[in-house]
Design a protein around this ligand. Sequence first.
Ligand code: T5A
Length: 207
Amino acid sequence: MFLTVEGVEGAGKSTFIGLLEDALKAQGADVLRTREPGGCALGQQIRPLLLAASQKMDRRAELFLFLADRAQHVAEVIRPALAHGQWVICDRYADSTIAYQGYGRGMDVEALQQLNDHATDGLWPDITFLLDLPVEVGLERALTRNGREGLTQSEGRFEAETLVFHQRIREGFLTRAARWPERFCVLDATRSPEELLQSALQYLKSV
Ligand code: T5A
């Protein structure tokens, strides 16, 4: 089973994935937790290029770095894990490219859909949990966490974008969820992590 978790900055994806991973393991599932960018050795080299706040980058260069990360990640980590019967939970995947580079940066959404098909050789998630919340709430959470953990400059390039940019991304995710309701489970991420987990487990039981 291939699960992805998506949302705007600070939506609580990492926190949610930690709880979901533990709950699935407690039920006996063999779970692999991974993330993008940076879920494979090549991706770990690409990640700092993409996220450093000081890095200036053309949007096409940015797009192809995300796609290169994803292509290697799928080939080296995700497909082999699925072939071994593991549950894969991935923190961000192709929907992030379409939300951020498409709706956020204004690149052609249908072209990005095809480029993702190409990069992943057609691998889309079975289920995508979209943690949805107002972007102001998510950014505030992310900034508080970054301040606490001293991550202000090393990984802050997207968090430094305007509020309008992040609002376009939220709308982009919701547009995709409406287009593929059979794949997306939209969760109200203003609720507590434990409430989100319970909703997700209930959803997984129902599919
Ligand atoms: N990107 C990524 C693209 O542009 N295109 C792409 O194709 C891909 C794959 C990746 C960046 O790259 C962009 C999107 C991103 O900007 P990242 O460093 O991997 O960046 O970080 P993000 O995925 O954006 O994750 P965030 O750093 O925003 O955080 P999370 O994981 O959503 O949130 P989390 O769990 O760390 O929580 C944030 C804070 O909120 C608290 C936590 O304790 C923490 O302090 N919290 C809650 N508080 C209240 N209620 C809840 N339910 C909470 N859940 C967590």
